[in-house]
Design a protein around this ligand. Structure first.
Ligand SMILES: [Cu+2]
Length: 460
């Protein structure tokens, strides 16, 4: 008998059948793909479905998919991974499909997407699809929208891409631990109309930070502020891929921040327009110019420019500590201190003691010190003119003439045209005597008319 309750139930099932028909198709699962290399993989051009210019993930890759009865099917595997941060240092992280961050997921506005998530972590997890408009039960907050995915189980997420844009994915289960361990990825949805917002080169990377003691392999998950490794896609300079651009190309760079502090990302050589946030595309009339874009915590910012100026242009976080690798923040500042006498006395007690930083710390960029296994120098990297004295969130936008379309291979260092590099002045250097307000000058000195109160002692 069809009572009201049954009827509503049947209707709901029928409605579900037209919109989300998954269950029987979801009985077969695409084989999970994994990536063994931390190197940038070529963009994944779609073999079927709507056409788009695929993104390139710095030191990353894009998750392959298959079509199944009108659904684009992906298979993510949450699992422990070993990620190389740069040559000489590996970290034991949690990630997806062999790497951390996980592979970039790409699809098209209007696509019906089915994502299988297999949990191979030692504890439960979920995935939240940051910024994507979807049914509440697909939002991935463990305990609120779904039960957590237990170890060894696979859950299925199904939703229709309502809009194009730049989104992210990460767990919403034991979040503090799982995100500190590196679980995150990019989710790019291309516009249905392939020429809308089209660019020639489209780069993505995530900002994250880790606290890994020199010689250790596992990040300290309780750290809230004092991280020692600041990463683009869980890589540090000089391990980060250059952003290789053909001169004249229109370029988009999408930067997501799933770390615990903001990162002002500064690019040299250009001004750029901010064109997209994780909330959507910025209307053309509302785009604004910047040379630094602050990427807030839990947000994405995309910017675009036309690569008219050839060269090797730095791109980096503008917080100076974020372009350093592992260091102790307890190191004392010795600038201007003559440490010679001090060193004599200390070496009596500690023979290996080394005085550091009397004239700044640039010398550390070149110093070859014995280091514990599995760590990186605080500042490192060599360019065509010597030590770069950088680490962490730093890489180079390499704009070159004559690259092939979609060629992202490193072209080497920029060859400067003759007479275009800063050079040493060989003449005599003179210094004018310091100006002082007591001296009569053309411009009258401003008099400060401050009356001292009676009995004022000068100190409070
Ligand atoms: Cu930063």
């Amino acid at each position: 008998m069809l009572n009201r309750r049954n009827f509503i139930g049947t209707a709901a099932v029928l409605a579900g059948a037209t919109l989300i028909s998954g269950r029987s198709q979801a009985a077969s699962i695409p084989e999970a793909q994994t990536m063994a290399s931390p190197n940038m993989q070529p963009p994944l051009f779609p073999k079927e479905g709507r056409e788009y210019q695929p993104v390139v993930t710095l030191n990353g890759w894009t998750l392959p998919w298959r079509m199944n009865g009108g659904w684009k099917e992906f298979h993510l595997v949450a699992e422990p991974v070993i990620r190389e941060f740069a040559k000489g240092m590996k970290a034991h992280l949690w990630g997806y499909n062999g790497q951390s961050p996980g592979p970039t997921i790409e699809c098209v506005e209007g696509d019906k997407v089915r994502i299988f998530v297999t949990n191979r972590l030692p504890e439960h997890t979920t995935i939240h699809w940051h910024g994507i408009l979807l049914p509440n039960g697909m939002d991935g907050v463990g305990g609120l929208n779904q039960p957590q995915i237990p170890s060894g189980k696979t859950f299925v997420y199904e939703f229709v891409m309502k809009k194009s844009g730049t989104f992210m994915y990460h767990p919403h289960a034991d979040e503090m631990v799982q995100m500190a361990m590196g679980m995150m990825g990019f989710f790019v949805v291309h516009p249905k109309e392939p020429n809308l917002y089209r660019v020639d080169r489209d780069f993505v990377f995530l900002l994250n930070s880790y606290d890994i003691d020199p010689g250790a392999y596992v990040p300290k998950v309780m750290t809230m502020l004092d991280f020692n490794l600041w990463t683009f896609n869980s890589r540090v300079f000089p391990g980060i891929d250059p952003i290789v651009v053909r001169r004249g190309d229109r370029v988009r760079i999408r930067v997501g921040n799933l770390s615990m502090t903001n990162h002002p990302i500064h690019m040299h050589g250009y001004d750029f327009a901010v064109t997209c946030t994780d909330g959507g595309w910025v209307p053309e009339s509302a785009r604004w110019p910047e040379t630094t874009i602050d990427v807030p915590v839990g947000a994405m910012r995309a910017f675009e420019f036309v690569a008219t100026e050839p060269g090797d242009w730095a791109i980096h976080c503008h917080k100076a500590h974020h372009t350093m690798n592992a260091m102790g923040h307890e190191v004392k500042t010795f600038i201007g201190v003559n440490q010679r006498d001090l060193v004599k006395r200390i070496t009596k007690q500690i023979p290996d003691y080394m005085a550091m930083g009397s004239a700044g710390m640039a010398e550390m960029g070149e110093m070859e010190m014995p280091m514990p296994d599995n760590t990186l120098p605080m500042m490192t990297g060599t360019g065509p003119f010597g030590s770069l004295e950088m680490g962490g969130m730093f890489t180079v936008v390499k704009v070159r003439d004559g690259l092939a379309r979609n060629d992202y291979g490193d072209p080497g260092w920029y060859q400067h045209p003759a007479g275009t590099v800063s050079y040493e002045y060989k003449g005599e250097v003179k210094t004018a005597p310091p100006q002082s307000p007591e001296k009569k000058s053309d411009t009258p000195a401003i008099e400060l008319n401050v009356k001292k109160p009676k009995g004022h002692t000068g100190n409070h």
